[in-house]
Design a binder for this molecule. Sequence first.
Ligand code: SF4
Ligand code: SF4
Length: 386
Amino acid sequence: MSGSAKEIIAEKARALGFDLVGVSRAEPLEAGGERLREWQAAGMAGEMAYMNRPVELLSDPRKLQKSARSVISLGVSYYPGEHPENPGSGGRVARYAWGRDYHEVIKERLFRLRRELEEELGVKIKARAFTDAVPLLERSAAQRAGLGFFGRNSCLINGEIGSYFFIADLIVDLELEPDEPGSGTCGRCTRCMSACPTGAIKAPGVVDARLCISYLTIENRGEIPRKLRPLVGDWAFGCDVCQEVCPYNKRKAQKSRWPEFSAEAGAGEYLDLLEVLEIRDEEAFERHFAGTPLTRPGRAGLVRNCCVVAGNLRLEAAVPALIRCLTEDESPVVRAHAAWALGEIGGAAAGAALRRAAEAEGDPRCREEIRAAETSCAKKSAPRSP
Ligand code: SF4
Ligand code: SF4
């Protein structure tokens, strides 16, 4: 296939709002596969089942589509701007999740792109459209297609737009001339490694998911380890710290052209903690968050995160809601984190609720959390010595 097919692809993709376009051969992603193998072996994928799948499956586009010849990697800036100051009772949301669910939004445009390319090129394109919900090492494929280079924070960084972008792929059975792989360097910068609140960036490009706030607040279904909770700060969904400090983003990030990713289109920059702490059933959860990425951790996961943030903010106004989480929520994960938050906030009401809950709680792990919270609460509530 001639270079002009690539020009048409680039033109159509850009007309549909994709900021970056590149092509690579549909061959195994060897370097990415090797990195993934080491990462999995070190247990750093945590409980992320999709990242624990066999490397051969994750790193070879032809395993996803036998007739694949090329992978078209596409990038869409989602950068919606900077967070305003926390209003005081807000749970901070990572930028990629302020607006609509990117999976749906991007998939729709990918399919349009395929249709338009078929019409324009006069061929039938077998294609599968993916965003990050699929088992392909998208970042590696995108790097190979020239979309950027791997930063020390493991994000793909593009010299023109930084790292706040989604990656999507079309795997096609067209022979296309591949682009040069993405190149660039962090130079001597190590800002992301120093700024990561939990020390999750273990080595350049190696993020231990078990310590990463993004993983802990989104993919993780169980508890957030107690010693990590204070480090979560006010992040209720995801974490952008290692991207915020990156000079490429400070200099290059441009606001997304897709209105779907703006704060107005979805849950916005902050969750109202008091509101989320009252969400007790799936129906109400769906009503609040359907069509946004916030559904990913599930109701209990999101309420758990808001408990942790309320505790970290020492949000006294949240005590009544936290007591209701502790006594009424059906999820032991929520009850345990509500107990922790009450222990962090302290005060007579929190102390009394924890004492009562310790008697009534049937789940042994929750009981242990409540006891620990009682101790913490007693320390916080003790009169200060002069
Ligand atoms: S997302 Fe946050 S916690 Fe995860 S590596 Fe980056 S700074 Fe660290
Ligand atoms: S903050 Fe510095 S070290 Fe980290 S990804 Fe950006 S340029 Fe690289």
